[in-house]
Design a protein around this ligand. Sequence first.
Ligand code: HEC
Length: 110
Amino acid sequence: MKKAVTLGAVLLSISALSVNGYCDVKKGQKINGATEFQEHCASCHPKGGNIVNAKKPLNKKALNANGIRTAKDIVAKMRNPGPGMTKFDEKSVPTVEANAIAEYILKTFK
Ligand code: HEC
């Protein structure tokens, strides 16, 4: 009897997990820009900064000064980065994820 209860609890938590997130991301739904940013960008851009090139953080003023205004511009930077930045192609960060990251940056780092 005790075993059955434990199994029930395990199954319940597995289904709760798939409802809340990570399984959905794989299916291409519910992409979370914040999570994607943490995964791919935060190592060099913690809190929207830039630990490699301090003159190029992700706040609006710096982006505008460097000609980056829209989500499209940010995605272009991922596809074709400047010196010191990792290149993110369609394979490593598909367009839907790249757009989500770009929107997150624009609304988060003022
Ligand atoms: C290995 C470190 C590194 C990683 C990882 C990284 N970047 Fe960068 N990023 C840089 C550097 C260095 C620059 C300045 C490059 C230049 O001179 O154009 C930069 C510049 C930028 C800029 C232009 C900032 C400005 O003020 O002009 C944007 C936008 C940007 N990165 C977005 C991203 C996004 C989005 C990701 C994640 C998908 C990412 N970066 C991941 C190092 C990194």
